[in-house]
Write a protein that binds this ligand. Sequence first.
Ligand code: ARG
Length: 572
Amino acid sequence: QFFKEDFMQDYKLQVANAISAAIDSQLSQDEILSKIEIPKALNLGDYAFPAFVLSKVLRKAPQAIAAELVEKIDQTGFEKIEAVGPYVNFFLDKQAYAKAILAEVLAAKENFGNQDLGAGRQVPIDMSSPNIAKPMSMGHLRSTVIGNSIANLMAKVNYKPVKINHLGDWGTQFGKLMCAYEMWGSEAEIKADPIATLLKYYVRFHEEAEAKPELNDQARHWFKRLEDGDAEATRLWKWFREESLKEFMEVYDELEISFDSYNGEAFYNDKMDEIVELLEEKHLLKESQGAQIVDLDKYNLNPALIKRSDGATLYITRDLAAALYRKRTYDFAQSLYVVGNEQTNHFKQLKAVLKEMGYNWSDDIHHIPFGLITSGGKKLSTRAGRVILLQEVLNDAVNLATKQIEEKNPTLANKAEVAHQVGVGAVVFHDLKNERLNNFDFDLEEVVRFEGETGPYVQYSRARAMSILRKAGVDADAVTGSYDLNDPEAWETLRLLGDFPAIVKRAVTEYEPSVVAKYAIHLAKAFNKYYAHSRILADDEQKQARLAMVAAVATVLKEALRLLGVGAPDEM
Ligand code: ARG
C-alpha cells in the first residue's frame, strides 16, 4: 500500500508551474524545480524562488526581477506571493493544504510515508555482531539499534531487510580460551557467570603469556584443532558460544530486537577454501613471509591478509566468504554492515578484494560506520575499567523512568510496562538522535529526562495527544468529520506532517536514523506549542478538524518512534 512518495511534491510543482507561466521560457521546468528553496522561517513562506538566477539573462537587479515576478505570477491557489529582497516567497493556501494533509494521514494511518524505493529486493544488514566470550559493548549496542532502525526504514520503502547477527564466534581467541580453560578453567564457574568468567580467563591468559610466550603456540594449536573439527575443541567452542549467546539474548529481549540469522564467523569455516581457490584462480594471492596476501597497493590500502603462515584464516577471509554467501543467498540490492568507524579500513579492503575478484556487486556493499560513546569525555575501554555494562544501563534507565512516572502519574495502570518502554526507549532514542558518525557522551540522567530533546519527551507529547482524544471521546484511528482547519497556530504542525515522507526518504538514502529522531522532536515541539496556544476542545465548528490534527500528530509520532525502534505508550 503506497501513498504519495513525497507529499509535498505536488505543492512544489504548483509553485514551479506558477513561475513557469510567468517567465518567457528562460528556464525549463526542471531548472525551476531545482532552484526552488524551502525558507528557514515560516514567515518567509513555504517555498521561495531566488530571482537572481534570472538576473544574467534579464540583465536586471534581482530585487527588481522579484518585484516584477510577483506582479506577473497568477496568485490563484496560493494564500499570497510576496517579494522579499531578491526572493519571491510563496505561501500555500493553508486551508486547502490542511484538508489535504489531514485526509492523507488519516487515510494512510501508519502507512503514511510508505514508498517503493526497494521494489521488494533484499538487503542483508550485518548488525550487532558481538564477540563470544566477551561482554557486549556500547559499540555493539549502537550497531544493534542503528541497524534495527535502518532495517525498519528499509522495510518502509519496500526493501526486504535481513537482519544478520554476524557473531564473532571464530578466531584465534578461541584457541586462547581453550588453552586457558585446560589450565585453570572451572565448569561450575563458567556456568554461574559465563561471560565474566570467560573474560577473566582471557585476560589472565594474556598476562601469563607475556612471561611464557609458548602459551601462544599452544593457543594456536587449540585453534587449529577447532578448525580441523576436533571433537573436544568443538564441544568447548559450542558450549562457550551457547552460554554467551544466552546472555546476549537478554539484551536483545530487553530491546525487543530480533534477528533473521545468527550465522556468525564460524558459519563460514567450510566456505573459505572456495575463497582461497577463487583468489588463486584469479592470480590474486601473493606469498609474503609465508603468509598469503592480496596486494591492494592500487587502492592505496594495506595488503589483505588471507591466510597465515600456519594456514589459519582471518577475519577478512571470513568476511569474503560471508559477502559471497549473501550475494548468492539473497541476491541483494544492497548489503549493509553497521560497524564502528574504527573498522573503516577493513571494509575498504573487503570491497577492494571483491572488486579485484571481478564482482561488480561490491559497489552495493556499504559500510555504515558510527562514532564512539564516551563517558566523561573518555573512550570506553575494557582494560581501563570504563566499561558501561549494557544490562546495567538499561536497568538504571528503567528505574529512573519508574521514578518519574511515580511522580507524574502515580495512578497509571500498567506502570511497569510503560517504565520499560520509556526507560529503554530513552537509551535507544538518545543513541539515534545523534548523527551516527558523531561521538557522544552518555549521561543517564540527561537521557531519561522528560523535557528537552529526549525520547521520553516525544513519547510524552504523543501520550498528551492521545489523552486529548480520549477526553473528546475520539478514536485516534477513526477520526471523521470535517478537516477544515483555518488556524494560523496550527500551521507549523501541519507543514511538518507533510514533510514526513521526504524525511523517511532522506533517512533511508543517508542511512541516518537521526533524521527521523530530529524530525520527531521538531514535530513534538510544534505540537506542544500549538497545544499551549489553542483551546483544542473548545466547542466550535473547527473542533472536529483540530481533533483530526491531534490524531494525525499522534499517528505520525508513533510511526516515527516505531521506525527508531522505540515504543509509544498511550498514557504515561
Ligand atoms: N565481531 C566484530 C567486532 O565486534 C564485528 C563484526 C562486524 N561484521 C562483520 N561482518 N565484520 O568487532
